[in-house]
Design a protein around this ligand. Structure first.
Ligand code: PLP
Length: 438
């Protein structure tokens, strides 16, 4: 690829400062294993798995080969009333890898679509069993569930909501669990905050539990800056949902596939979902694909009507796209064959010590970690929230490290193939950058 840049104007970049970027572009041209190569041939260590996707590293030959082979065999097939073998094989493998009780999977193309699908399935399930009055959905402040109307309605990040009107009706939110006073620099799960789950009982008392269809939560709130659930919090949410016949949807879009040192966050934290959303690491980011896992109870409740009739009026042109299925099957095999979830668990203590060694860094006000994920929160500049976080992201990139910026938090989630020397390098770059920022 030439180092000369094309005209940058036409492309409206997502979640980006378009005008600033186009004056100061940062471009990748290749990726392999733990590294990106920029258009100016700089190597950039990937501390974020792309965007929490590339858990096996970039351009893994097995995934590349699977996608190439699929592209020349069966490029596209509709998933409406028709199938192809790879999708059934892959769905079976995925269900076997998922937490116990997840018996069926529905496919879509992005985390946002998976979230909207899960919310719709929850509503349809209650209606199918004669409880159509359960229409309320409960999310959480600081939650991120993608950018569909369902996802931003149950999500709790105000910049994602404020421009887009009234959103879905009948949605309420739990308070978030982030609390520096009690939990700053917690190693692993914070001890304080399990009781915050009890607020769900108050919300249910206000609306009456019989009106509530589902609660949706991320096991770890990633986009809000890596917020680890306090000890006992998720169990209490599960218990309250069970007491009132409310479904618990766990959004595992970033916590799936080894990120927490277990196959899924729900396994790591020991909480059983009724529905789970999955994306990103499902195909290692190579081809867009997402999924909703459900229990047999939910699936069975919707399998009604005469044979041949469509049971759920929902699906996408690209649901179960053959290229995505091939990428996913190769990725799931890699997770198993290379024992990558165990590898993440084995590296986690080294990672934990490494990230917490940044505690004395300039303006560092919190460090959070679990598995192979961490958030390093910097104090905001006066009147300029997220400015220091953005400068941290840009300076890291210039020094050859890609992090994910979330407000003033540097979020880290490296591919599970990372070596200890590369962890050391991440920390060295971050330390220098953080200490050099005003
Ligand atoms: C927890 C969670 N849910 C949903 C999404 C949306 O996924 P997508 O960007 O693929 O629509 C994300 C994206 O980061 C996420 O972190």
């Amino acid at each position: 690829m030439s180092n000369l840049l094309p005209n940058l104007e036409a492309y409206w970049m997502p979640y980006s400062g378009n005008r600033y970027f186009k004056k100061n572009p940062r471009m990748y041209k290749e990726a392999s294993g733990m590294f990106y190569t920029t258009s100016t041939d700089q190597q950039v260590l990937d501390g974020a798995s792309g965007l929490w996707c590339c858990n096996t590293g970039h351009c893994h030959p097995k995934i590349v080969e699977a996608v190439q082979k699929q592209a020349e065999t069966l490029d596209y097939a509709t998933a409406f009333q028709l199938g192809h073998p790879t999708i059934f094989e892959m769905a079976d493998k995925l269900v076997n890898m998922a937490p116990d009780g997840m018996t069926h999977v529905f496919f879509s193309n992005s985390g946002s679509e998976a979230v909207d699908t899960a919310l719709k399935i929850a509503l349809a399930y209650h209606r199918a069993r004669g409880e159509g009055h359960r229409t309320r959905l409960i999310g959480r402040e600081k939650g991120y569930h993608g950018v569909g109307f369902g996802g931003i309605s149950v999500g709790g990040m105000s910049p994602n909501r404020k421009m887009f009107g009234a959103l879905l009706p009948a949605v309420d939110h739990l308070k978030h669990t982030h609390n520096l006073e009690h939990n700053a620099f917690s190693v692993g799960q914070p001890e304080w905050g399990g009781h915050l789950a009890d607020e769900l009982s108050d919300i249910l008392a206000l609306h009456d539990p019989s009106t509530v269809a589902a609660v949706i939560l991320e096991p770890i709130a990633g986009s809000a800056g890596v917020l680890i659930p306090p000890v006992g919090y998720l169990d209490r949410i599960r218990k309250i949902c069970d007491e009132h016949g409310i479904l618990l949807i766990m959004d595992e879009v970033i916590t799936g596939f080894g990120r927490t040192g277990a196959s899924f966050g729900t396994k790591r934290f020991g909480v059983q979902p009724d529905l789970m959303t999955i994306a990103k690491g499902l195909t290692n980011g190579a081809v867009p694909m997402s999924a909703v896992g459900t229990t047999g109870t939910i699936y069975d409740a919707l399998m009604e009507g005469p044979p041949g009739m469509i049971e759920l009026f929902h699906g996408y042109t690209y649901s179960a796209h053959p290229l995505a299925c091939a990428a996913a099957l190769a990725t799931l095999e890699l997770y198993e064959n290379e024992r990558l979830f165990d590898r993440a668990a084995e590296l986690a203590p080294y990672w934990e010590d490494a990230v917490h060694s940044l505690k004395d860094g300039k303006n560092v006000i919190d460090i959070r970690n679990i598995g192979l994920v961490a958030g390093i929160e910097l104090a905001p500049r006066d009147g300029a929230t997220a400015a220091r976080g953005y400068d941290c992201f840009v300076r890291c990139f210039e020094e050859g490290l890609m992090i994910r910026q979330s407000g003033d938090t540097a979020a880290l989630a490296p591919p599970l193939i990372i070596e200890k020397t590369e962890i050391d390098r991440i920390i060295e770059i971050l330390r220098n950058v953080i200490n050099g920022l005003d």
